[in-house]
Design a protein around this ligand. Structure first.
Ligand code: BG6
Length: 498
């Protein structure tokens, strides 16, 4: 595995810890080796020393010096400027040597942990030197991470550029949401259980809410984020991954092509918003200063490093989508995401239709809510079903109760960075959890209609929500107009959504 950008955060915080977990689970072969490439003036030993603390911290209780020693024997480093040709000659020589010394057998996984602007140059150089050419015995794969362009045109341009050197089946596009156990579990929950699928359609589901709420701000990524905004940063990728898994038809098999084709078909069915609909079906917001739940006072978005002081970039986006197919016609999907919201969690809430006849009309109703299935993606991973039950006692009283499954109760807290499955799958040539060029382009197509209107009509009232709240009032209205309401972003202390 060759990591370009080995001196960066991703390598230290995610990639090497993920490899550590794989090694711990004995999922790496003895002949495995890593070669990190970066500008920093390091050698094998100082590279290992530079990352050990971070790896130890990330893997926590799973830390085992014997595993680290095993890894150190296989962790190598090469200094070089990846924009210059000589480094690729040196890389070839080093890899040939490692093939012999470590018996790595000529299979290369290139991980581009570098800014997306460099993907094209690096793959071009790799191609020119012959490192991307596969033979019957040796495979060559390249992993890249989002952002895959910043709109449809740039995503297409990026795909064209990659395809000049690589076949589509050699490109593994990571969306780290696909590495989350609970996201993968959406498919298992739907397709491994017979009882759920008959209910999973317009006849039984009233609407779906997908929330990715973040209490963090933009941290040190102001430069990138101020260009991207909440819509482009989160919706074409992470939120649509969730939507795809929720709405796809059962694939014929769990083969990568079968799964990806069904996800693409589902995303194809999403109705693009007309410019008029954007005004009523999409909401944007930007946070001002405020107080977070723990009492911390935080400053407004516009004071974040790297952000323009008069920025009109949105830090909150909500959008109502519908789908044009038999299963989902007429069912609204409400998506929302934002920074500096009152709490940090990701969940999917599926609200079922009410019973056709309210038999218990005269009953003393303590707390009657629509039946709801909540898939808690993170934290406190699990699945919760809320429904009505009779409150014990001589009078007929009805209240809402919960059935709750928590991952931790059943499976403990398996340490994971979210990258383990993805790296393991890539090494095994399984692309099911990676994005195809088509899926990436579909994601952009869906948000482009919104982005176009937003770019043409700069927001008039930014900032429009205080840090530490549930987002702008207009997001509440988005559902209110349809006679619905969001699930609370934070439970009892919530002040905005009652
Ligand atoms: C990234 C976005 O892709 O996902 C970030 O660029 C966001 O802005 C992050 O914070 C959220 O990921 P997670 O795993 O913390 O939900």
């Amino acid at each position: 595995m060759i990591i370009f950008g080995a001196g960066g955060d991703l390598t230290r915080r995610k990639l090497i810890p993920a490899l550590f977990h794989l090694a711990h689970g004995r999922l790496l072969p003895d002949t495995f080796a890593v070669l990190g490439v970066d500008k920093l003036d390091l050698d094998d030993v100082s590279f290992r020393d530079s990352i050990i603390e971070s790896v130890r911290q990330q893997v926590g209780d799973a830390w085992d010096p014997a595993i680290w020693d095993w890894m150190c024997e296989r962790l190598h480093y090469m200094q070089g400027n990846i924009l210059e040709e000589p480094v690729y000659h040196a890389l070839c020589q080093r890899l040939t040597l490692m093939d012999v010394e470590r018996g790595t057998d000529g299979n290369y996984l290139f991980y581009l942990a570098i800014p997306p602007g460099l993907f094209g140059d690096v793959t071009h150089h790799l191609g020119m030197i012959g490192l991307t050419a596969q033979t019957e015995d040796d495979w060559r794969r390249v992993i890249i991470e989002k952002p895959f362009g910043s709109d449809l045109d740039s995503a297409r341009a990026l795909n064209r550029m990659l395809h000049q050197t690589l076949d589509e089946e050699q490109i593994y596009r990571i969306d780290h949401y696909l590495g989350k156990e609970t996201v993968q579990n959406i498919m298992v929950f739907r397709f491994a259980n017979g009882f759920i699928e008959p209910l999973w359609n317009r006849q039984h589901i009233d609407h779906v809410q997908i929330t990715v709420a973040e209490s963090v701000g933009v941290e040190h990524r102001g430069n990138y984020y101020d260009q991207a905004g909440a819509l482009r940063d989160m919706i074409p990728n992470h939120l649509l991954v969730l939507l795809g898994f929720l709405t796809m038809e059962p694939p014929n098999s769990f083969e990568s092509k079968a799964v990806r084709d069904e996800i693409n078909k589902a995303l194809d069915a999403i109705n693009p918003l007309t410019p008029e609909q954007v005004l009523t079906h999409a909401v944007r917001g930007q946070y001002s200063e405020g107080v977070m739940l723990d009492g911390e006072r935080v400053s407004d978005y516009r004071s974040s490093p790297g952000v323009a002081t008069n920025s009109s970039t949105e830090t909150f986006a909500a959008i109502k989508l519908t789908m044009d197919n038999w299963r989902w016609a007429g069912v609204p999907f409400y998506l929302r995401t934002g920074k500096r919201l009152v709490s940090q969690y990701t969940e999917v809430a599926i609200q079922f239709r009410r019973a056709p006849k309210t038999m218990f009309k005269g009953a003393d109703v303590a707390d009657m809510n629509p039946d709801m299935l909540v898939l808690r993606i993170q934290p406190n991973e699990g699945i919760q079903m809320s429904f009505d039950a009779k409150i014990p006692g001589p009078r007929m009283r009805v209240g809402t109760v919960n059935m709750d499954f928590c991952y931790a109760d059943y499976f403990g807290n398996a340490p994971a960075t979210g990258y383990e499955t993805l790296i393991y799958d890539c090494m095994n040539g399984d692309a099911t959890l990676f994005k195809h060029a088509d899926t990436v382009e579909k994601g952009w197509e869906i948000v482009e209609s919104v982005q176009d209107v937003w770019s043409a009509l700069p927001p008039r009232k930014f900032p429009n929500y205080a840090a530490g709240t549930c987002g702008p009032e207009a997001a509440i209205d988005l559902l209110k107009r349809d006679g619905r309401r969001w699930r609370r972003i934070v439970r009892p202390k919530d002040t905005l959504i009652k």
